[in-house]
Design a protein around this ligand. Structure first.
Ligand SMILES: Cc1cc2nc3c(=O)[nH]c(=O)nc-3n(C[C@H](O)[C@H](O)[C@H](O)COP(=O)(O)OP(=O)(O)OC[C@H]3O[C@@H](n4cnc5c(N)ncnc54)[C@H](O)[C@@H]3O)c2cc1C
Length: 480
């Protein structure tokens, strides 16, 4: 059995299969790091995430697996985050009087009126992100809080983004929601209702990569094999033998071929479709070629620490600043910073690999990041010690208009034509998700493989990583 990709989804599948005595080989393109988007990059003893990774799930299976893999190294963190809004830092989740003070009583009254207007005359059906956000919070709040930040993140107009994204991600984290709740004094940050405002989460002492490094180690100890620096290039299915031929580039530049009865893929759907033989139908190929991704840059700036910043992260709403979010790694875990008196702030830039920002050299990017920190009042130029840039292509699957039908078409064709091909994870299923969702698709795939039939339909995993119906056959999932 071959697993493509050693991110959370690939490693979870491989770990569970190896624990159940199945021979499994994982092929990972990266020569150094496991963990994929949830890896932890190391630079001169500093460690940082590709965006801060909270470990939080409503799925008990996922929480239990994290504890099993890393029993002694999970920190309990109390979330602290703020928003840089109109040149000042503001609490998030919001505090009612701070909101009124910042917006002014008149503006706040306008927001309430526009919210009522949206309640009385909603857009129906809500197709775009803009329709959805205006229906939920009113035009005024949408324009103040959502429009700039969302367009900065996606590089698309809010009219080009599907309402699905809002329904999946924003409903539980909206600033407006928080504002209204705060004004009504309702406990919005309750663990079971508002995931994104969760007040506490777990975090591996040495970053999320620690979880996946340990998972890989345990998978190998159980008999699995992990081959790093092996970007898969071809995937051929032979209907007569029912076997797969997988070609990966080896470290010396030559090709290496693997034979397998089952393939689990967590690599981007668009890449998989390109390398697959026999080819997908014309319709499916057309559909997959239009799927898009948002790329991501993180400029980790190492600074002398003047004032200890407590926040885990800060959202940057200012349109004049290109960074969208700033991670403060020392708050996530002091063990990520090897020297006292220093800190490391990761400025996150959402962009496309075709943008000039992506091609800017590291020196210029770090200079931009330092200028923006200075502009926001979070550092002084003379505080700079060092820095490091991470470029992450395909960080976010884009939910543009009509994406959902295209994804369904491709997944359905792949699953019906290739019963021994299992698609798991975030880019593997083109689903904007957290680790827990990726892991749940992986756990259910492992259960399907062990049972020898597709008892679990992976389309039925919701955004909270919950499986929404009974399995079609009786079987205990391997992680219970
Ligand atoms: C900025 C940011 C912040 C996030 N914050 C959180 C958070 O707070 N909490 C949370 O739970 N989740 C968070 N996530 C989401 C989380 O990172 C993903 O859900 C998770 O990493 C997806 O796992 P995966 O295995 O499906 O995919 P990936 O992590 O993308 O792993 C896929 C793997 O496949 C490999 N690969 C790709 N192509 C090939 C090839 N041709 N051959 C071989 N290998 C290949 C890649 O190198 C990679 O290792 C965040 C993501 C981002 C981008």
């Amino acid at each position: 059995m071959v697993v493509l990709g050693a991110g959370p989804a690939g490693l979870t599948t491989a770990y569970l299969l190896a624990q159940n005595g199945r021979p499994v080989t994982v092929l990972e393109a990266d020569p150094i790091y496991v963990g994929g988007l949830a890896r932890t990059v190391s630079y001169h003893g500093f460690r940082f995430d590709i965006g801060g990774h909270r470990f939080f799930s409503k799925s008990e299976n996922v929480e239990r697996l994290w504890s099993e893999i890393l029993p002694n190294d999970m920190l309990e963190c109390i979330r602290l985050s703020r928003i840089h809004f109109r040149s000042e830092l503001m609490s998030y989740p919001l505090r009612p009087f701070e909101v009124i003070e910042r917006l002014g009583v008149l503006e706040f009254a306008r927001c309430i009126l526009s919210y009522w207007q949206a309640c009385v005359f909603p857009s129906h059906p809500a197709i775009t992100f803009e329709d959805w956000a205006i229906n939920a919070f009113g035009r005024r709040l949408f324009e103040i809080f959502f429009k700039t930040y969302t367009e900065k993140v996606w590089g698309l107009s809010c009219r080009e983004i599907s309402a699905d994204w809002a329904a999946q991600r924003i409903k539980k984290m909206s600033l407006a929601d928080a504002a209204f709740a705060a004004l009504r004094q309702t406990p919005l940050s309750r663990r079971d209702t508002i995931t994104s405002l969760t007040t506490s989460f777990r975090y591996p002492r040495l970053g999320p990569g620690m979880m996946w490094e340990k998972c890989a180690e345990k998978m190998c100890a159980a008999g699995g094999r992990l081959l790093m620096g092996r970007p898969v290039q071809e995937l051929e299915y032979c209907a007569q033998t029912g076997r797969w031929r997988i070609v990966a580039q080896a470290k010396n530049g030559n090709s290496e071929t693997f034979d397998a009865g089952t393939v689990v893929s967590s690599i981007p759907l668009t890449d998989l479709a390109r390398m697959l033989k026999p080819e997908l139908s014309w319709n499916a190929l057309q559909a997959v070629q239009t799927l898009r991704y948002r790329d991501f840059l993180s400029a980790a700036v190492i600074l002398r620490e003047r004032v200890a910043l407590q926040d885990h992260w800060i959202y940057v709403h200012e349109p004049a600043v290109r960074a969208s979010r700033i991670q403060n790694y020392k708050s996530w875990s002091p063990a990520l910073i090897p020297e006292p008196g220093l800190c490391c702030l990761g400025l996150e830039y959402f962009c496309n690999a075709s943008d000039e920002l992506w091609h800017m050299n590291d020196e210029r990017l770090l200079k931009l990041a330092l200028n923006e920190l200075t502009q926001l009042g979070l550092a002084q130029p003379e505080d700079l010690v060092d820095g490091y840039v991470v470029r992450q292509p395909k960080a976010y699957p884009v939910y543009d208009l009509g994406y959902s039908g295209r994804v369904q078409l491709v997944l359905s064709e792949l699953e019906s034509r290739f019963p021994s091909l299992h698609l798991v994870g975030r880019n593997g299923r083109h689903r904007y998700n957290n680790q827990d969702h990726s892991m749940t698709t992986a756990m259910l795939s492992a259960a399907n493989i062990l049972a020898g039939e597709r008892m679990y339909n992976l389309h039925k995993v919701n955004e909270d990583a919950e499986y929404l119906e009974e399995p079609v056959a009786k079987y205990s999932p391997c992680c219970e």
